[in-house]
Design a protein around this ligand. Sequence first.
Ligand code: VG1
Ligand code: CO
Length: 542
Amino acid sequence: MIKTVSTTPYKDQKPGTSGLRKKVPVFAQENYAENFIQSIFDNLEGFEGKTLVIGGDGRYYNREVIQKALKMAAAAGFGKVMVGKGGILSTPAASHIIRKYGAFGGIVLSASHNPGGPTEDFGIKYNIGNGGPAPEKITDAIFARTQVIDSYKTLDVADIDLDGIGSFDLAGMVVEVIDPVTDYADLMETLFDFAAIRGLIASGFRVVIDSMSAVTGPYAVEILEKRLGAAKGSVRNEIPLPDFGHHHPDPNLVHAKALYDDVMSPEGPDFGAASDGDGDRNMVVGKGMFVTPSDSLAVIAANATLAPGYASGIAGIARSMPTSAAADRVAEKLGIGMYETPTGWKYFGNLMDAGKVTVCGEESFGTGSSHVREKDGLWAVLFWLNIVAARKESVKDIVTKHWAEYGRNYYSRHDYEEVDTQAANGLVANLRDKLATLPGQTFGDLTVESADDFAYLDPVDGSVSKNQGIRILFKGGSRVVFRLSGTGTSGATLRLYVERYEPDASRHAIETQAALADLIAVADEIAEIKARTGRDAPTVIT
Ligand code: VG1
Ligand code: CO
């Protein structure tokens, strides 16, 4: 029943920050998905007879590719595939299932925060046995394989019904269709004080979650409404739709604005949260206080012992380089390790496996811990609710007191989306050329202390990742960082990250863009953003 299909390579299958992402029409080309999946399998050793986990965020084309992956896994010789009912598994839930059941690895079908639909984005990512994204060494090898692949193996059989729980035989391989939610919800109950959160909600504290018609709906309904007692309807846009109901499932102030406005209105809820397409990101908003992801990481780390799963303390903290240094001050005070990694969750896995860090975060609304090996949106939301319940203080009070104790890292990211690729590359090349001459130069009140292109030496396996973002540091701790996105599917996206440290509590209530205005102007002066991109303003400011 196994058939070998001959194929020819596609040149553009290089995985980015988080797997291979392309428009659906690209993925729908003949053998395109098959080539990539076979290239993954061709790089694995010793998987025969073992278990593979497959799931996705439910976006358009998910069901088609799951069927292809199931048949190819059977043809490759896996013993079993665990797949979420309806093809659904959030990214953190997939990571947990891989770990809990000792699977060999997993395939996660998602383009995360990118829009879904027939002409929108799709993606494939491979996760290794620790539950985390494959490290660069493996993604590079997968890419190399895609360049020479000449055949793949599959089965000539009908599709499997994924809409009911149960087990099937697929040419000798077991297909187990599992409930996507239960294992994950059970894990959350072991980490957080559900009784205290239930008490908080019962006392009238109103919580809303916007699942943005993406994968977290069923998870949030089970946890927030069923297990924590929030009123029915507390989870909005709770049904995952193939096109996300035309939402752009990126939980930030632009795409989750309705939720933000609701929480900020006097009669609105006390606490709001949103997740992205595949459930690994989060946005947390308290009444009168939007929590920046960088601050969220710092506050979670500083208050970690209030959650039962972290009662004995955290081993260390890691953050991506562009993420603000707010968490560094917490690590310093706690006397624990602090690690600065390139953008993308794949760099945190080694640190967690080695027991060096417990919590990790990225400025892009991603936070997580060693309970899985992915970032985890609902985990962060529950952590915040646990902290609020334990401290009996509002989100606003908690954050304001945190700043008073540690100082405030004013922080913002400016995205210039879909700019001309050549212009973007030229901008970065020009910056690289200037790096050596920048130190010592002054721009208004700002003096450049150092400037470099960030490189990371993994302290666990010794691997080196170069060209991970240009950073210009000024005297006093302010900085601007430039890098090009590795998740976009059309043109280039330039990201500018701006940060200023302000220790003085009497200066903690300035509007963020105003507090950063001089740095933003200097960033443009040095990088010539306007002139080179032809853009007057960023497309998204978070
Ligand atoms: C973006 C974010 C990065 C995140 C990545 C994947 O990458 O900046 O922090 O890890 O998306 O997140 P880039 O290369 O576009 O800046 V997700 O939620 O798409 O899996
Ligand atoms: Co995501």
